[in-house]
Design a protein around this ligand. Structure first.
Ligand code: DOR
Length: 475
């Protein structure tokens, strides 16, 4: 269901986050999914207008009226790196469950990665994902085109897409592009954004042999070490400078990479960090084991600190979750009460840490995790919104998103910053059914999530009718 051009929504009495980072107590008037007006007492104004036109039959103020009771109203989160597993890996996640998790987490748009089955490496595969998402997704969507060593023409023509995804490391199969000659060809051809997963595959392969046989989950951070990440980031930066090619560095994880970018970051380069690389560290393996095995791996508390500072200073531009769900059985922590695991367990139960797949879910918890940091004084609410929405829209040229202003799409969230609520397994919407943050007591949970002027989530209830739209990119 997409809103008709005349459908109206009035949000009364909100603390609206404006593009300059200030909050204004105001109403927001939405028509046909687009913000038309922001100001005090729009309610009274509309009522007066309506009754002047039809004195005898009072016209409702708007088709939908929400009283925000002074909750902060933020632009919806845009998560620019997720793995939603459809098509081909739906036992872990699918577009329905993932986008429902988005709605609960305040994520109104996502950019999804190409390592599905089949891989998203040509227009046909991209079209298939766009069709599926239009039918199923509760929020707005965009899909990366994946680079192989063979699909250079597709990388130039596939559309719409936020850009080209290159796995320089940590990926098996055709999506791995780790030879400098192949990478050079991709950087040399065309102009669209290239997003890299920067890990040095050759170094990782060597170190895997060296540490073979370890049963300690923490060995993952030793094998895929800081140097492996730094090597690949240096190479991507070198190629980007050689061709002045728009480069985005996905999930920056090390102090060394942050310092490199602090010294040397051309205007056409952006970088992101995940909440887990800010908030978890190698000490957490003891409790969470393979659940926090991911690529790039969790690092030290020193890396946490340097990444935070780089984010504060604008060396890192924005936040992504790298939502990458695997079932508990796949993670070697089988739980037969989870239906997703029953399906998966017939074929995939791994117990050796080295064989456990990398990745963890994140779209449902990223905003409360970051807003909790804000409420604890680590940053401001306006900064969190900038990192999770405004800066993402700007970097990817996403049309009509990322700000609350007339003319922008009404992708909006009302968040509750006064109450704390823990991450509970039974409330999670992601199909994998777990989170490494279970038990964390968080504030800033979305009370209401609005996509294209339609309420998709309201305090635990989902509107099953709402569908997002394909994002457009003006890069
Ligand atoms: O940990 C990860 N898991 N990192 C990636 O880049 C891929 C992801 C996945 O798809 O499972």
């Amino acid at each position: 269901m997409t809103p008709s051009p005349n459908t109206t929504l009035l949000i009364r009495n909100a603390r609206v986050l404006l593009p300059d980072g200030s909050f204004q107590s105001a109403d927001v008037w939405v028509e046909g999914g687009v913000i038309r007006e922001i100001g005090p007492n729009l309610d009274r104004f509309r009522k007066a207008e309506a009754s002047a036109q039809a004195e005898a039959t009072p016209t409702p103020t708007a088709d939908t009226v929400i009283d925000a009771h002074q909750l902060p109203l933020l632009p919806g989160v845009i998560d620019p790196q997720v793995h939603f597993r459809e098509p081909g890996l739906e036992h872990k996640e699918d577009l329905t469950t993932a986008s429902r998790a988005c709605a609960r987490g305040g994520v109104t748009s996502f950019l999804e990665m190409p390592n599905t089955k089949p891989l998203t490496i040509n227009q046909a595969a991209l079209n298939d994902k766009l069709t599926r998402a239009a039918q199923k997704s509760f929020v707005n969507f965009g899909f990366f085109i994946g680079a192989t060593s063979e699909n250079l023409p597709d990388l130039q023509t596939a559309t719409p897409t936020p850009g080209i995804k290159i796995f320089m490391g940590s990926m098996h199969g055709d999506l791995l592009v780790d030879q400098e000659s192949s990478l050079d060809r991709i950087f040399a051809t065309g102009t669209r954004l290239i997003a890299v997963h920067a890990e040095d595959q050759a170094r990782i392969a060597e170190r895997r042999k060296e540490f073979a046989g370890s049963t300690d989950p923490a060995i993952h951070s030793v094998i895929q070490d800081n140097q492996a990440a730094l090597n690949a980031t240096q190479l991507a930066l070198k190629l980007s400078k050689k061709y002045q090619r728009r480069l985005h560095i996905l999930h920056l994880s090390t102090a060394e990479e942050a310092e490199l970018l602090r010294q040397d970051k051309p205007a056409w380069v952006t970088a992101e960090v995940t909440p887990q690389h800010l908030l978890l560290n190698t000490g957490d393996y003891e409790k969470l084991g393979t659940l926090i095995k991911m690529n790039p791996p969790i690092r030290s508390t020193h890396d946490n600190e340097v990444l935070w500072q780089a984010l504060q200073d604008g060396v890192i531009d924005f936040i992504a979750t790298d939502h990458a769900p695997h079932t508990l059985a796949e993670k070697g922590q089988a739980n037969t009460t989870n239906p997703a695991d029953e399906e998966a367990s017939a074929t995939t139960v791994f117990l050796e840490p080295a064989q456990v797949p990398s990745g963890m879910p994140g779209v449902e918890t990223s905003l409360p995790l970051m807003l909790t940091q804000a409420m604890q004084g680590r940053c401001t609410v306006a900064q969190v919104s900038h990192w999770m929405s405004t800066a993402v829209a700007k970097a990817y040229g996403i049309v009509g998103k990322g700000s609350i202003a007339p003319g922008y799409d009404a992708d909006l969230i009302l968040v509750d910053l006064d109450n704390y609520h823990p991450v509970l397994r039974e409330e999670l919407q992601t199909k994998c059914g777990w989170s490494p943050f279970e038990g964390w007591n968080l504030t800033g949970w979305p009370a209401v999530t609005i996509v294209g002027g339609q309420v998709v989530y309201d305090r635990g209830e989902f509107n099953q009718q709402v569908r997002g739209r394909a994002l457009m990119f003006n890069a």
